[in-house]
Design a protein around this ligand. Sequence first.
Ligand code: UTP
Length: 295
Amino acid sequence: MHKRIRKAVFPVAGLGTRFLPATKSVPKEMLTVVDRPVLQHVVDEAREAGIEHCIFVTGRNKAVIEDYFDAAYELEDILLKRGKKKEWEALISELPTPGSMSFTRQQSPLGLGHAVWCARDIVGDEPFAVVLPDMLTLPNGARRRCLAQCIDAYEEHGGNIIAVEEVPPEETHKYGIVSVGKSFGQVFEINGMVEKPPKGTAPSNLIISGRYVLSPEIFKILEKVEKGSGGEIQLTDGMQALAKSQTFHGVRFDGKTYDCGSRLGFLTANVAFATDNPEIASEFRTMLKDVVGKL
Ligand code: UTP
C-alpha cells in the first residue's frame, strides 16, 4: 500500500507576463473560464482526485486569491434577503472546509521549482500532488480528470508520476519533455527528461503537462538545484536529480490540456468548457456557429 495523496501544491506566484495587461492587477489564475476562475476549475479537479488540503504558493498582488476562498458575508446576506436561494447555495457549496487551505509566499518569482520548494513545511514528509493552475484539463468522455488519472497510476506503481500529452514535434522546444521506457497501457516508465530542448533534439513529443505526484525527497533536492533554463529554478531539473534514486512514471492522460497562461489557450479553453457545459452548450454552439460562419 502506498501512502495516500492528501495534499496538493498550487504554484500561483508567477508574473503572467504573457497575459499583460490583464495580469497587471488580476492574477491570471483568477481570469474566468465560462463562469468561474481558472483556479476554481483546478481546485475542483483536485477535490475529485481526493485531495483534502490545497496549498497555494502566492506572491505580491495575489491577495484576491485568498479572499476568493473565504466567506463573502455581505453578499451572502444580500442574496438571502433578496430570496436568491439558488445563488446563495451555489456560493456556500463551493466554500472549502475550514482549515483545508494554506497560503504561503514566494517573495520573488525564482521559478516553478523554487515555488514548489516554498511549500515544503506545509507538505511535510508525505507524497503530494503539484497542480499547475494555468493548465486546465478536460477528460475525454466519462473519465475522471487528469489528476485523478495520475493518482490512479500512483496507487498502482508508487514513486513519482507526471502527466504527459502529445504535441506536434516542431513544438517540443517550448516544453519539458520526457523519454519513454517500458509501457503498461497508458502508463510508462520515464527514463529521462529535459526542459525546453533545442529544436530537433527532443527525445519524444510527450510534454510534461502540469500535473505531478512527487515524493517529499524532492524538497531536499530543490534546495540545492542551480538556476537552469530561463535563469529560473526548474522543477524538471529537480525531478531529473530525483530520478537517479526513485522511479518516475508518465501517464498519457486521456483528455486535453489548455494553457490558460497564453491568450490562445485561454480562448480555446473558454470555447471547450462552454461547449462541455450542459447549461449553456446548446445556445453557445448556435452563437459560435454564427460567429464562425462569418469568418
Ligand atoms: P509559467 O511560466 O507558466 O508562469 O509558470 P508565469 O511565469 O506566471 O507566466 P509568463 O510566462 O510570465 O506569462 C507555470 C506556473 O508556475 C507558477 C506560475 O504561477 C504558473 O502557475 N510559478 C512560476 C510560480 O509560482 N513561481 C515562479 O517563480 C514561476
